[in-house]
Design a protein around this ligand. Structure first.
Ligand code: KG4
Ligand code: ZN
Length: 336
């Protein structure tokens, strides 16, 4: 039989993860050891703590991925790891573990771009997706709008010129002191707030391009908070959060709608940690429904960092013989 089993490793940020994926679609195991609790008291990921924890967890997590999948080392066809973008210390841990295994098993080693992983998570959850598609990838580090003519062949339409969408959520959550990680905290408290309470700016919304900018919005929220405090007014946190979230959603939605109007598209796919935001999903799928276009999103657990998505992206590279040499290094600032 021609089944391809990939063992994939992900350690670019604060999750130590390993998965076994069959033929790019079938997730046999997906183990994620989150370090969120360790970093919470610092209000963000501390790189040095993260890489030490990855080192401690990587072997047990890989072992558990194989056991859960009921797969032995010699059944694996290729070993994949994220090589960027991300925190260099963490990346090195996953990369070294994957290279060592590939070397010992005499199997190909595949270096995967983390952002490509987020995109391919969509194809695990929705194998029926047919190109051409517009893809919005929104995470803590990236905001990319892409056009796929075919699978594996994409064009970048636009990206963020400053902060990523998730980064904006995280920074605002910190200013509002509502918890870490920021995205889920903002989404939760926004449910009690009024999204039109404060009229925050929608940067770039009417510009004739597909680029994003979120740092000005962040500054506007911070200035608003300062002004309210100076006037001695009590802050209504849920209203501020909901108004901020709506401003981000309006910009994202507007650019996606512009992209589907200007080219031939059969569906839209959403990926990255911010794709977990249900308010965004609902509003975007409603806007697309008016154009008879479906919106596909990965399952929630495949939206945030995991290794199954790396195994899915690695499968398409495996098919093309796109293997990496053992000299492949960690690339902290890798882009698509
Ligand atoms: O993809 P991911 O897990 O890691 C990166 O590659 O960055 O994305 C993490 C980002 C964080 O900024 C987090 O606040 C954001 O995704 N996020 C959300 C939600 N869940 C996670 N943002 C908005 N709403 C959410 N429900
Ligand atoms: Zn990610």
């Amino acid at each position: 039989e021609n089944d391809v089993l990939i063992l994939a490793v992900e350690s670019s940020c604060d999750e130590t993860a390993a998965a076994v994926v069959k033929n790019g679609l079938d997730v046999l195991s997906n183990i994620v050891a989150s370090q969120i609790d360790l970093h919470r008291k610092y209000g963000g990921v501390v790189p040095e703590i993260a890489s030490r924890k990855h080192l401690e967890l990587i072997n047990p997590v890989i072992e558990e991925a194989l056991q859960t999948a009921r797969v032995t080392y010699d059944q694996i066809d290729g070993v994949a790891a994220t090589y960027g973008p991300g925190l260099v210390g963490g990346l090195l841990v996953g990369l070294s573990a994957a290279k060592a295994l590939a070397y010992v098993l005499h199997k190909p080693f595949i270096g995967v771009n983390h952002i490509a992983g987020h995109i391919y998570a969509n194809f695990i959850s929705n194998p029926q997706i047919e190109p051409p598609v517009v893809c919005l990838t929104i995470s803590g580090g990236h905001t990319d709008l892409l056009y796929f003519k075919e699978l594996g062949d994409y064009q970048i339409l636009g990206r963020s010129r400053d902060d990523a969408a998730g980064e904006a959520f995280d920074k605002i959550a910190r200013v509002l002191e509502i918890g870490y990680p920021g995205g889920p905290a903002v989404e939760k408290i926004s449910k009690e707030g009024d999204p039109v309470a404060v009229d925050f700016p929608r940067p770039f919304i009417n510009e004739d391009n597909y680029d994003f900018s979120f740092s000005g919005l962040k500054t506007a929220v911070i200035n608003y908070i300062h002004n309210q405090k100076q006037k001695g007014k009590k802050l209504h946190i849920p209203d501020i959060a909901a108004s901020f979230q709506q401003a981000v959603i309006d910009v994202l939605l507007n650019k996606v709608m512009k992209a589907v109007q200007e080219r031939e598209v059969k569906s839209v796919i959403l990926s990255g940690g911010v794709a977990a935001n249900k308010t965004l999903r609902q509003q975007l799928s409603m806007a697309l429904a008016e154009k008879d276009l479906p919106l596909y999103t990965p399952l929630l657990k495949l939206c945030t960092d995991n290794a199954a998505m790396i195994g899915a992206a690695a499968y398409y590279q495996y098919q093309k013989g796109d293997f990496a040499p053992f000299s492949l290094g960690a690339a902290a600032n890798l882009s698509l």
